[in-house]
Design a protein around this ligand. Structure first.
Ligand SMILES: [Zn+2]
Length: 421
């Protein structure tokens, strides 16, 4: 057993304790502790509470000390929507978009997701892994300790399995936990586009070859679909998600991002873990989400990067009682950021969420959407010691200093995985 660790001297311990998921007013109730201490034993949180009380515990006597000198400590961020594995940036499209060329026009010219698919297929597993490893280190530098990662830039059997196998390998070999999602239904791949029944043929491949192979090799927990005009229709999305469920994969949905498709209603009906994006949500969708256990995962980094003025109706979702989470949507086309602190800033300024709400959305509610809320997402006795310390005196300063990474130290299972020199 490793030496216990006593963490003290924080100006604030933002515990986000008290159960999951957080809805309505409870979202802002993040449980800020002053004059507190945290005792870690064997990679777990053994106790958290007033310093005088925690210091009296038996293990605290022999513990090493970590003095935070007035910094703020949070649960490590849970980033519940990323496209981790990709081969290259799409900076050339970024410039085109600034010049006014539309996303769908870029996609028609072989850009967009298909651009990333072409590059990924041509890149070796070793090179993809090395690139992902660098980004995982950057996630940790920004206070993130758990991420979800989607396939979807492979879109054939070999390449999809290549991505999902990398999720598994990386999860075993580096400190961040990676929750794997199969997104074979990202778009219809180029080789099927000019066939008369191309979409139908690709979905047949997905159902008869891709999904069975993913399930057989236990390479994913979730099955996702991009339900949008340029990707898959509502009926096609239902088919994909139902097929995923047959193989034991719970649904997640890319829903209502650029238009209203009804994907949120479908997701709720199928018991999806999460509906993501939601810029074009309708009042009936908000009511359906509020009554359900499906998380509304908002990705403001995507709207920001694309220069879109329409953001998801976060306030209405919170007030209706829906479970709101925030994530980066880290991907090379529409949201190339690993920074949860930046996403918190966008959550506050663009979605009108209070800093406390944004923090709960990026920790405990995101953990809930990944089925990890029993183990991560809050600072409570019994939980894994996944923690992030920020060089600020008040948690509101984390989003306030937008674009500045104030993360000073990150810990996964009690081990320091990032520390600023
Ligand atoms: Zn996405």
């Amino acid at each position: 057993m490793s030496t216990p660790l006593l963490i003290r001297g924080a100006s604030q311990i933002v515990t986000v304790g008290g159960g999951a998921p957080r809805r309505g007013q409870a979202l802002a109730d993040v449980g800020v502790l002053r004059d507190g201490a945290i005792l870690l034993v064997s990679g777990r949180i053994a106790a958290v509470g007033p310093v005088a009380k925690v210091e009296k515990l038996k293990e605290a006597g022999s513990a090493e000390l970590l003095e935070l000198d007035g910094r703020v400590i949070l649960p490590g961020f849970v980033d519940s929507h990323t496209h981790l594995i990709h081969a290259a940036s799409r900076a050339e499209e970024y410039e085109l978009k600034i010049q006014g060329v539309g996303y769908e026009e870029i996609a028609r010219k072989g850009g967009g997701i298909l651009n990333s698919v072409g590059k990924l297929r041509a890149t070796s597993s070793e090179n993809l892994k090395a690139r992902a490893q660098l980004f995982l280190e950057r996630f940790a530098e920004h206070g993130t300790t758990t991420i979800e990662a989607k396939s979807g830039y492979g879109l054939d059997l070999t390449s999809e399995l290549k991505i999902l196998s990398l999720h598994k390998e990386l999860s075993a070999e580096q400190p961040l936990e990676i929750v794997s999602t199969f997104l074979g239904a990202h778009v219809v791949p180029a080789e099927y586009r000019h066939k008369r029944n191309g979409t139908r043929e690709y979905l047949k491949l997905l159902e008869e070859e891709l999904l069975p192979a993913v399930a057989r090799n236990r390479l994913a927990e979730y099955c996702d679909v991009f339900c949008e005009r340029s990707a898959f229709s509502l009926a096609e999305s239902r088919r994909v998600l139902e097929a995923g469920k047959m193989h034991g994969l719970r649904p997640r949905v890319h829903a209502e991002q650029r238009s209203h498709t009804g994907a949120t209603g479908l997701g709720v009906k199928l018991g999806a873990a999460s509906c993501d994006h939601l810029e074009y949500l309708k009042p009936a969708d908000i009511r359906a989400l509020a009554k359900s256990g499906t998380v509304a995962t908002l990705l403001p980094g995507c709207d920001f990067h694309l220069g879109q003025k329409r953001y998801a109706p976060a306030r209405k979702l919170v007030e209706a009682g829906a479970i709101v989470a925030l994530a980066t949507d880290f991907n090379p086309g529409t949201s190339p950021t690993v920074s949860m602190p930046m996403v918190l800033a966008l959550g506050c300024t663009q979605l009108c969420m209070a800093p406390a709400e944004a923090i709960a959305a990026a920790t405990i509610n995101a953990a809930y959407s990944l089925g990890r809320h029993g183990r991560v997402g809050s600072i409570e006795a019994g939980k894994q010691a996944d923690l992030a310390v920020f060089e600020v005196a008040d948690y509101r300063e984390i989003p306030y200093y937008f674009g500045v990474n104030t993360c000073w130290l990150t810990m996964k299972r009690g081990e320091v995985i990032h520390m600023r020199d």
